[in-house]
Design a protein around this ligand. Structure first.
Ligand code: E4P
Length: 219
């Protein structure tokens, strides 16, 4: 399973990449705003800075919601770096844009997926990734993980090459469940990825090993 980090924070992206387990980055307009990145030139420069840190797929989201606008923005984003994946919302014109980009060999990530039907449409249009939002479904008392399972089953039934990119992954349990049900990719905040490191028995075990070593070495 690939690990993407879900942030536009350069320090966090670097920390995750330096860990050696990062395969890519996802951003969205809210995450860019959180880092105070606004204005076309700043946004473009920020994507370039992310591409300089990470050798992997970087999702850059279009703001336009009409077909022509999404095509123009997507082409400009894709021209920035070969690793840019054009992130397109799950709307009617978005599906048309995904079909267009797929024909041009430009990678796409269809975002804001909340149903298996939406994922199926995006896959048929040739999306490289679909992003079902696990946490936001959980937030409204729906089972986000069930959606990942359902999409996995459908994609496997027909051999779709579109990868399931579980998004809105908020904690280490989400990450593990995604791995159990066969998500191709998870995108999560740094805190959720780092939380996988933790176990109290690891901490106490290491403390004991070091204490015993100190004793036997007469330190
Ligand atoms: C990723 O591509 C999504 O934009 C993101 O995972 C949404 O996460 P949130 O529901 O925690 O905002």
């Amino acid at each position: 399973m690939k690990f993407f980090i879900d942030t536009a924070n350069l320090a966090e992206i670097k920390e995750a990449y330096d860990l050696g387990v990062l395969d890519g980055v996802t951003t969205n307009p809210s995450l860019m705003a959180k880092e105070n990145i606004s204005g076309q030139e700043n946004v473009i420069n920020h994507y370039k800075a992310i591409c300089d840190i990470v050798d992997g797929d970087i999702s850059a989201e279009v703001i336009a919601t009409d077909y022509e606008g999404m095509i123009a923005e997507g082409l400009a984003l894709a021209a920035l770096h070969p690793n840019i994946v054009v992130k397109i919302p799950m709307i009617k014109d978005g599906i048309k844009a995904i079909k267009y980009f797929s024909g041009k060999g430009i990678k796409t990530n269809c975002t804001l997926i909340f149903s298996a039907g939406q994922a199926l449409l995006a896959a048929k249009a040739g999306a490289t990734y679909v992003s079902p939002f696990v946490g936001r479904l959980d937030d409204i008392s729906m089972d986000g993980m069930k959606l990942i399972e359902q999409i996995r089953l459908i994609f496997d039934n027909y051999g779709f090459e579109t990868e399931i990119l579980a998004a809105s992954v908020r904690n280490p349990i989400h990450i593990l469940k995604c791995a159990e049900v066969g998500s191709d990719v998870i995108t999560a905040p740094l805190s959720a990825i780092l939380a996988l490191l933790n176990h109290p028995l690891t901490d106490s075990g290491l403390a004991k090993f070091l204490a015993d070593h100190k004793k036997s070495a007469g330190l």
